[in-house]
Design a protein around this ligand. Sequence first.
Ligand code: APR
Ligand code: ZN
Ligand code: ZN
Length: 361
Amino acid sequence: MSQQVRGVVVTAKDAPAEVTTIVIPDPGPGEAVVRIQACGVCHTDLHYKQGGIGDEFPYLLGHEAAGVVESVGEGVSEVGVGDFVVLNWRAVCGQCRACRRGRPQYCFDTHNARQKMTLEDGTELSPALGIGAFAEKTLVAAGQCTKVDPEVSPAVAGLLGCGVMAGIGAAINTGQVGRGDSVAVIGCGGVGGAAITGSRLAGAARIIAVDIDDNKLETARALGATHTVNSRTQDAVEAIRELTGGNGADVVVEAVGRPETYEQAFYVRDLAGTVVLVGVPTPDMRIELPLLDVFGRGGALKSSWYGDCLPSRDFPMLIDLHQQGRLDLGAFVTETVGLGDVEKAFARMHGGDVLRSVVVL
Ligand code: APR
Ligand code: ZN
Ligand code: ZN
């Protein structure tokens, strides 16, 4: 029996995100229905609303979520009814060439639920990143559910589902930040802030936060930055070189996704250092760099997909570190709001005064 619940839907480009009735089918083979307890408001949700990701309206927004498994379909063994789970948007297939080579974090064929959730009139919904969790319940592939310690608050746990994992993973998984490293993080929103936290966790000796907004730099300090640079008033490249003995940083995380910040990242990296691009550019953006510098500076220019995370490995581990007091995931929750407040949260995000608003159900 399908069921009707409330969910936040955008019916057309730039239309308001509105709470409406949605229909959730019973889980089919390999699927699960999850009762959502909390879901963070991410920039990607706003991009969906603005038509920046696709034209498959209506979208069911929300994708940084935690909740409890309500029911599972045939053949599901990885999670069971009653499990507290964090949802992920990259359920690995186990079959593709990346999975077969033992690198499932790069899975090239991730999947979502096969059945569709709909509006009451039967119109199929496109769930954001295959999740759609600004809703009382959602239907996902069972592989999108990762069981974690149920003692942790859902508002905190859900954040691992996207931005915070992307940032921590950019530093730890992609950038391989190690003890004693110097790190520069360009752009200190939710993702960059998490890269700072991740770098501290990994034992970086020096963590330089770069942003154009002093409020963000203040937050960055609270998250573990040892130095801050306002690149509106200072030359970021010069300032970072100065803070690193004239050399540049071992690892630079670019968490904005723009050509000018990528170029800064490229030039503030020490010889043989690593640049990690975790900010997402738009299709029109281009960079031009002297090829001789690309060669001559050596090292690695990497991109980080979702922090190159493996949810089954990384989510429980980060929750454990949080529970032990070694990783303050709560610092990313600026405010908790209701299901009807997603539009207001978008406005606050636009104003730049939140790391994360989290919808709590
Ligand atoms: N130089 C330095 N910082 C900048 C610049 C710039 N030119 N332009 C913007 N910023 C800062 C903003 O002030 C803000 O603090 O980058 C930060 C971006 O943060 P958010 O808007 O909160 O975005 P976030 O959720 O962190 O995501 C960052 O990663 O996942 C992607 O699509 C996402 O591209 C985005 C990026
Ligand atoms: Zn795969
Ligand atoms: Zn997201």
